[in-house]
Design a protein. Structure first.
Length: 262
């Protein structure tokens, strides 16, 4: 198990008068073997934080460390450590090559880990991964279009797990799914975390979903962390007005959720 730490991370986009701060001096820790829910409205900087963690964006200031190794550094140690942080994206259809059999897409994760098993071992590992996410291994030769949205998301999880990560970053992975399918994917994440002892950063705008999967929660607004703590403590007695606004926005039986409902 591994710990992921964001230390005073700042990310800016643009130049001159168009310069905008997406993440503003944000610090948070995803503790070893736990799930941290990062929640906030669209544009709050959540996904930018995720992309910095896996090297898809560069921080203008601050650092991201995995077990003490600075992932933002330009070193062989940092490059090897970054392989241990894998991301599952919001849109599984965009994340999977439509022309490629899903088994081959999952196998790409093996290459991302730096290993090059022979064909028989690679196919055996793909079968194991498909079974792990409850997809029939006999369908490894099918294209993504032949799967449902929930199945495609489970396939992208399998591909991320192929790299044998210590940390899984899940960025709004249930937001495009039906409620019943969301439950399947969320239950799978909880199952995988317990079985594989993963550390997980779970990003969502939905506090109800975050509450279900997270041990701790950080609330992000306009690039800054405005509240953090154990999930139940934050959601039952939020200190920041913005967190209270988010709680009131959760729909319950056709009406906004009141704090007394939690």
């Amino acid at each position: 198990m591994s710990e992921l730490e964001f230390d005073h991370v700042t990310v800016r986009f643009g130049h001159g008068r168009s310069l905008q701060t997406a993440v503003d001096d944000a610090s948070l820790v995803v503790r070893s073997g736990t799930t941290l829910g990062l929640v906030g409205e669209s544009g709050s900087g959540k996904s930018t934080i995720a992309r910095v963690a896996v090297g898809l964006e560069r921080a203008d200031a601050g650092s991201v460390r995995l077990d003490g190794v600075d992932l933002t550094a330009r070193s062989r140690e940092a490059r090897l450590a970054r392989r241990l942080v894998q991301m599952v994206f919001q849109d599984p259809l965009a994340a999977l090559d439509p022309r490629m059999p899903v088994g081959a897409s999952v196998a790409e994760g093996l290459l991302a880990s730096g290993r090059s098993p022979n064909r028989a071992d690679r196919e055996a590992r793909v079968r194991e991964l498909l079974e792990l996410v409850h997809v029939d291994p006999a369908r490894a030769g099918d294209r993504p279009a032949r799967f449902s949205g929930g199945q495609r998301q489970r396939l992208t999880i399998a591909r991320a797990l192929a790299a044998e990560p210590a940390v899984l970053v899940a960025d709004e992975i249930t937001s495009a799914l039906d409620v019943s399918v969301q439950g399947v994917v969320l239950n799978l994440l909880r199952e995988l975390q317990a079985e594989l002892r993963l550390t997980m950063l779970f990003i969502s705008h939905n506090l109800a979903v975050v509450r279900y999967v997270s041990d701790e929660v950080s609330v992000m607004r306009q690039g800054r962390i405005v509240e953090h703590g154990p999930t139940d403590a934050v959601l039952e007695d939020p200190a920041d007005p913005y967190t209270r606004e988010l709680l009131r926005s959760i729909p319950v039986m056709g009406r906004p959720l009141d704090l007394e409902d939690l």
